[in-house]
Design a protein around this ligand. Structure first.
Ligand code: ADP
Ligand code: MG
Length: 135
């Protein structure tokens, strides 16, 4: 695990409709430059931190995952802005600071379990109480 915090700026691109909004958790997918520049030792998983968008700051829950669209060879970086309920912001710039690690990625037995895990991630991200990344 690299030394956190890690900061990046990127553009919000369209994802592949994996149902973020249907899960009640839209995620702003970041462009390729963010993915290419990620420190290699930043593990796949769920993180918390802050994100700045159009001059406003939000807490965020963020995932680094493997993109099934590219046979899991390419990563995805997806950010959920906590307490943002405005319009879509595709094409906009977003700056984020990853502060800490919440959990590893895993598959869930049911949609309900996934939703529960997401709700818990968001609570942890909201309070910033998760264990920080191992130094
Ligand atoms: P996609 O597969 O295109 O990423 P999502 O269902 O994950 O689709 O929705 C993501 C989009 O929803 C974001 O790119 C953004 O424009 C919008 N959005 C609206 N509210 C939020 C939020 N609170 N956090 C992140 N994105 C949001
Ligand atoms: Mg998304």
């Amino acid at each position: 695990m690299p030394l956190l915090p890690y900061r990046f700026t990127g553009e919000v691109v369209r994802g592949f409709g994996r149902g973020g909004k249907e899960l009640g958790c839209p995620t702003a997918n970041m462009d390729d430059s963010v993915i290419e520049n990620l420190p290699e030792d930043l593990a796949v998983g769920v993180y918390y931190g802050n994100a700045c968008f159009e001059g406003k700051e939000y807490k965020m829950a963020m995932s680094i995952g493997w993109n099934p669209q590219y046979q899991n060879e390419k990563k995805t970086v997806e950010i959920h802005l906590i307490d943002y309920y405005g319009c879509d912001f595709y094409g906009k710039k977003l700056t984020a600071v990853i502060i800490g690690f919440i959990r590893e990625m895993k598959s869930f037995a049911s949609l309900e379990e996934l939703k529960k895990a997401i709700a818990k991630d968001i609570e942890i991200a909201r309070h910033g109480t998760a264990e920080h990344g191992k130094l």
